[in-house]
Design a protein around this ligand. Structure first.
Ligand code: NDP
Length: 241
């Protein structure tokens, strides 16, 4: 029996990427999962899955992983460019290495990810790119400076790509979550910024689970190829900003 189309996800070893892998697997899709922590993806124990230890800064490694996934399950029908890091900090004291990592992973990594599947989707005149932005890609916060820059980048690129790829019937969706309960805060080394983030999180009644983001991606993917939910903004109800 023919299987459902292949779904590829970067940053599938935890948080939103992991939740999205679980949702699509449950819906019967084969998966290509990419992240640096292979063992975390192995521990998910999902069927019909190709796992690849990939750093999204390595363009060749993503291309190689896509090749391996497609050799087994056919073309990638949805690519979720999700991998990202949030080194939130006071910009005056933040080590510049943290900017480098955010820019390299959140912007260039997203481009590397999209690049690995775009030509194939254009050729097939079918496919969906889901690009991970943030509420911080829609408005700025003073202790999110470079993180906001990277997510505004994703927003701008996704809009341009959406226009460009519409002529090829390829869908481009951008996702802007608010506070989601994941491991993302492990990237925040600036104690004052971390304390402020946590205090705000408590004030809004906590973040929401990553499965809600995953459910939306699955629901919008299931719409016909000529119907596109261009943008998803999902926050805890009490998150006003
Ligand atoms: P997690 O920290 O739980 O997940 C981040 C994922 O990205 C991990 O699987 C990690 O895998 C992967 N990743 C990080 N760096 C790299 C890299 N260089 N190469 C490959 N994979 C990498 O956090 P989230 O699930 O929250 O984050 C997912 C995305 O959602 C990020 O882009 C984040 O900016 C965005 N986001 C999160 C929000 C939140 O509140 N949680 C809100 C808005 C946006 P590994 O370390 O194994 O490589």
């Amino acid at each position: 029996m023919a299987h459902k189309p292949l779904i590829a996800i970067t940053g599938a070893s935890s948080g939103i990427g992991e939740a999205t892998a679980l949702a699509f697997s449950k819906a019967g899709h084969p998966l290509l999962l990419m992240a640096r922590r292979l063992e975390r993806m192995e521990a998910l124990g999902l069927p019909d899955t190709v796992l690849a230890r990939v750093d999204v800064r390595d363009r060749a490694a993503i291309a190689e992983a896509v090749k391996a996934g497609e050799a087994r399950f056919g073309p990638v029908d949805l690519m979720f460019a999700n991998a990202g890091v949030a080194h939130l900090a006071d910009i005056a004291t933040q080590p510049p290495e943290e900017w480098d990592a955010m820019i390299d992973i959140n912007t260039k990594g997203v481009m590397n990810t999209v690049h690995a599947v775009m030509a194939g989707m254009m050729e097939r005149r079918r496919g969906t790119l889901v690009m991970m932005s943030s509420i911080a890609g829609r408005k700025v916060y003073p202790d999110h400076t470079v993180y906001c820059g990277t997510k505004f980048f994703v927003h701008a690129v996704s809009e341009s790509l959406r226009e460009y790829l519409s002529a090829y019937d390829v869908r481009v969706q951008v996702i802007s979550p608010g506070v989601i309960e994941t491991e993302v805060l492990s990237g925040v080394k600036d104690e004052k910024t971390l304390a402020a983030y946590k205090a705000n999180k408590i004030a809004i009644g906590g973040g929401i689970g990553p499965e809600h983001v995953a459910d939306l991606i699955l629901a919008t993917y299931r719409m016909p190829q000529n119907a596109l939910v261009q943008e998803i903004v999902l926050t805890p109800t009490r998150q006003r900003y």
